[in-house]
Ligand binder design. Structure first.
Ligand SMILES: Cc1cc2nc3c(=O)[nH]c(=O)nc-3n(C[C@H](O)[C@H](O)[C@H](O)COP(=O)(O)OP(=O)(O)OC[C@H]3O[C@@H](n4cnc5c(N)ncnc54)[C@H](O)[C@@H]3O)c2cc1C
Length: 381
């Protein structure tokens, strides 16, 4: 980043971003040229306390539409177009692919595949037979007789992205307060304030609260401003990372199964992310034996090559969600909360950033994002 003069910095509005998980980092990179950005996170910069660190980072608007609104699907499709441009601005390359998703079911579970198909809110898919499955994914279990190919879906490497964002911010000289637990966000006259490690500051023009589920703790205090955040809940997910250099899957595979639907997302260098359970609980314990058995046996049933895979990690965490499982940008004066990304953080992040940029320019009412999903942004008063 070019060094700026003190005068240039004086005229750039100041923005605090609370939470340096997925949204916080993406926003910081998008704002750092035109604003003086300071990031705050309770972790040491490794993102290990974020949902973003665990995610499979599938960019699957159509597959997800089986269980979400048409608007989320449309925003996800828009975001998928924006990802390559966003990634090109980072100082490090990030694994990104758009080879589609494959949805499979064994003969006895074809009813689940049919049900899944009937719930899709778009028609960009192809029904494929066993020969076609073998052609595009030769390594999968030969017992699959039918599947759905969703050719327009993508995925990226979540941990590679988090690192590349961090490196880009560091190279650009963005101030990043680490191990900075933000305990309350309160409005104070014209200038917003936040409380961090017992200190109060009021020198920011805008505060973007991107603390994910961490914002819920604030909402549980007596702080009226953040009462709406009290509707946040965590949805537990367990995920397994495997190293399986002999397994040849070239795109994310979803297995329809009545008890444990799973996905397997192949990343670079023989790494696979297998996930994820979806449990209505904020239980923060490590993954259970039951979940590990379900994920591993389902993935072994898709590809026998997983028998010799090395288990790199079995992890759990919570997705930040509102009760309708839809994201919200809540604006209260100069405090903007971006939250509730549920299982769609990577799917939607570029359009969430796009809408925040509109808000700062005052053009949010006429944005394409508003046209697609009018209720995404909620303003006080
Ligand atoms: C198992 C699993 C699989 C997933 N798979 C996918 C997928 O395939 N595709 C997809 O699109 N999405 C997926 N997601 C969802 C995605 O990860 C989330 O939607 C996304 O990470 C939310 O981003 P966020 O920035 O709002 O929150 P987070 O990524 O959780 O970041 C919040 C940050 O705030 C910080 N913080 C919290 N409280 C405080 C505080 N008081 N003070 C300072 N800092 C604080 C945390 O340390 C963290 O760094 C998955 C999630 C999980 C758990």
């Amino acid at each position: 980043m070019t060094s700026r003069s003190i005068n240039q910095d004086l005229i750039r509005p100041k923005i605090a971003i609370l939470g340096a998980g997925l949204m916080g980092r993406m926003l910081a990179v998008s704002l750092m040229e035109d604003y003086q950005v300071e990031l705050f996170d309770r972790d040491c910069g490794d993102a290990k306390q974020s949902a973003a660190y665990l995610a499979a980072a599938m960019l699957a608007p159509l597959a997800e539409s089986a269980d979400c609104s048409k608007e989320i699907m449309q925003l996800g499709a828009r975001a998928l177009q924006q990802w390559p441009d966003f990634l090109s601005k980072l100082t490090e390359p990030v694994f990104f692919q758009k080879k589609g998703s494959l949805v499979l079911a064994f003969e006895q579970d074809l009813g689940d595949l049919e049900l899944f198909k009937s719930r899709l809110k778009g028609d960009e898919y192809e029904l494929i037979n066993s020969l076609e499955i073998k052609e595009i994914e030769p390594g999968v279990n030969a017992r699959f007789n039918a599947g759905l190919l969703l050719p327009n879906e993508g995925q990226l490497d979540n941990r590679g992205l988090l690192l590349a964002l961090s490196k880009t911010l560091k190279d650009s000289g963005v101030v990043w307060h680490k191990q900075a637990q933000v305990t309350r966000v309160t409005p104070a006259g014209e200038s917003p304030m936040y409380h961090c490690e017992g200190h109060e500051f009021s020198q920011f023009d805008w505060i973007f609260d991107c603390r994910g589920l961490g914002a819920k703790e604030d909402a549980m205090s007596d702080n009226q401003v953040n009462k709406p955040l009290a509707q946040l809940r965590g949805v537990r997910g367990e995920v397994i990372r495997l190293h399986a250099p002999n397994v040849t899957l070239s795109r994310p595979v979803r297995l329809m199964h009545p008890r444990y639907p799973i996905y397997i997302a192949p990343k670079e260098a023989g790494v696979f992310v297998v996930g994820a359970t979806q449990i209505e609980s904020e239980d923060s314990r490590k993954p259970t034996v039951k979940s590990a058995l379900e994920l591993l046996s389902a993935c072994f049933s898709v590809h026998r090559g997983f028998a010799e895979a090395e288990i790199l990690a079995i992890e759990s965490g919570c997705r930040p969600a509102y009760w309708d499982n839809e994201p919200k940008i809540k604006v209260s004066g100069n405090i903007v909360s971006v939250n509730g990304l549920f299982r769609h953080g990577y799917l939607l992040a570029p359009v969430m950033v796009e809408q925040c940029l509109h808000l700062l320019k005052g053009t949010e009412k006429s944005s394409v994002v508003t046209k697609i999903m009018p209720l995404l942004m909620v303003k006080d008063g």
